[in-house]
Design a protein around this ligand. Structure first.
Ligand SMILES: [Zn+2]
Length: 101
């Protein structure tokens, strides 16, 4: 797998965005694990903690928007280091078997 620095995703040969160039991933590269709703995000978070996988959880809308629109519209993206990606993606499949890609 190759790594896109701009999208923070792994791809076999080319990025979804054709003008992005790929390089070999390094162990500490942040990789997008999944984007999911608050319910699944709250289920996944303790699993990552239990497995000692460092992660970043990033909301798409931000706190102000969440307060106005209600929490269920929020989506969270999880980023994990490339070195832990394989283990983390197995955990994410346990939480959300039908909505991981
Ligand atoms: Zn890209």
């Amino acid at each position: 797998m190759q790594y896109c620095e701009i999208c923070k995703t792994l791809a076999p040969d080319h990025c979804f965005h054709e003008d992005h160039s790929l390089r070999a991933p390094r162990d500490n590269d942040p990789v997008l694990l999944l984007t999911t709703d608050p319910l699944h995000a709250d289920m996944l978070e303790p699993l990552l903690k239990d497995a000692d996988i460092p992660y970043v959880r990033q909301g798409r809308l931000g706190v102000g928007m969440t307060l106005r629109a209600g929490n269920m519209l929020e989506e969270y993206s999880f980023y994990v280091p490339y070195s832990a990606y394989e283990q983390a993606s197995e955990l994410s499949m346990v939480v959300a078997p039908n909505c991981s890609d």
